[in-house]
Design a protein around this ligand. Structure first.
Ligand code: NAD
Length: 368
């Protein structure tokens, strides 16, 4: 069976890092896998070519694909594009139309980089946690919202935090299912002590756990305590599930435990169709288009490469292959290869291309 991948490289360093992923895909195809690739413009480059950041043809391919591999979009060139045509609008449209409600952000500390963390090496060494953030509900979308002027001339702003049982169950289900493939532990973070949406969240996660996931260890944690525990003792966690707002903050905090933005992958998943078992998914590095280094050949491709490892793991259940890619990345870091963003004294500074080649060489060696 072949797997259909849509590559959306985007702007700035997006095409540079996705090119390294393509080499990896070609490597796997050389080993007998069957990945079929299609490519489309997205973001500013699509706006320049077609007057829109994502064409209908690209959207159709994204909906048809088994997984989408996204680079990055945006840059100063498109700063004055109309609001609905700005490069970032493409990503929002993709998230919406593909129904990507679950955002997965791993925080994985490679041993070779444990000294680059702002935390003590013993706190982050061996760290491997996963934050599952609800992405399409909560306070960023709740109604009513807006700013009004009061009779006395002062102003009042309202945002609404709103969650339904269905929204809570589907994100919690993703977290429990992922935990079963990891260390079987879920911590659910909310603020039930001061928010009714937090109370509902806690009750519904508890109900779903009792009905379907009793084998998974569940704990509840207040989101503010979770923020503290992430810097005090992050290794106590396996999977953390939380809402859109808390997830936005906690996932950035967790990501930074492990160092550079050039190392951090992510995945966004949709519902699994009951009939076909297909689950829409988009994988992307968490970094942006980095216009300051675009075209210089120095971008770190590892976040994009690790995003592809997530794709192997979550879209295709290719655990062995995903482990292989992560092992290859670990090995080249152990061997001292560093792009500029993660450079340390005494290590070997390489460009994007050489880093990509080093991953392939490590894969060859591991599988020889
Ligand atoms: P950025 O992530 O592009 O860059 C922040 C800093 O990190 C820069 O100094 C950059 O050089 C460095 N950096 C980022 N990725 C790197 C890599 N792989 N290797 C080495 N260094 C790397 O964030 P920004 O500068 O705030 O945004 C630039 C543009 O990207 C903006 O237009 C923004 O809207 C867009 N953006 C897009 C996405 C996305 O497509 N998902 C995400 C964030 C920002």
């Amino acid at each position: 069976m072949s797997h259909r991948l849509l590559l959306l490289p985007g702007d700035g360093i997006g095409p540079e890092v996705i090119a390294k992923v393509e080499r990896l895909i070609a490597w796997f195809n050389g080993k007998g896998m069957r990945f079929e690739i299609e490519r489309e413009l997205v973001g500013g480059t699509a706006y320049d070519a077609h007057g829109t950041p994502v064409t209908e043809a690209a959207m159709k391919k994204a909906l048809d694909a088994d997984a989408v591999l996204f680079g990055a979009v945006g840059g100063p060139k498109w700063a004055s594009a109309p609001y609905d045509k700005r490069p970032e609008a493409a990503l929002l449209r993709l998230r919406k139309d593909l129904g990507l409600f679950a955002n997965l952000r791993p925080a994985l500390c490679f041993d070779a980089l444990k000294d680059s963390s702002a935390l003590k090496p013993e706190i982050v060494s061996g760290l491997d946690i996963l934050i599952v953030r609800e992405l399409t509900g909560g306070v960023y979308f709740g109604e009513p919202r807006g700013i009004t002027t009061l009779p006395d001339g002062t102003r009042r702003a309202v945002d609404t935090q709103v969650y339904t049982t269905g929204e809570i169950h589907r994100i919690a289900r993703v977290a429990f299912e992922l935990a079963r493939k990891r260390r079987n532990k879920v911590a659910s973070a909310e603020k039930h002590n001061v928010m009714t949406s937090g109370l509902l969240w806690k009750e519904e996660v508890t109900k779903l756990h009792a009905a379907e996931f009793k084998d998974v260890e569940l704990t509840h944690i207040l989101a503010d305590n979770c923020a503290m525990q992430l810097v005090r003792n992050p290794k106590q966690f396996d999977v953390i599930v939380t809402d859109n707002l808390f997830g936005d903050v906690l996932s950035d905090e967790a990501a930074m435990l492990t160092g550079s933005i050039g190392m951090l992958p992510s995945a966004s998943l949709g519902n699994r169709e009951a009939k076909t078992g297909k689950q829409r998914a988009l994988y992307e590095p968490i970094h942006g288009s980095a216009p300051d280094i675009a075209g210089k050949g120095v971008a770190n491709p590892l976040a994009a490469i690790l995003s592809f490892a997530m794709c192997l793991r979550y879209s295709f259940a290719m655990t062995r292959e995903a482990d292989l890619v992560e092992r290859a990345v670990g090995q080249i870091l152990d061997n001292g290869y560093r792009t500029r963003d993660i450079m340390q004294a005494g290590k070997r500074e390489v460009g994007s291309h050489e880093m990509g080649s080093a991953v392939i060489a490590a894969l060859d060696k591991i599988t020889a």
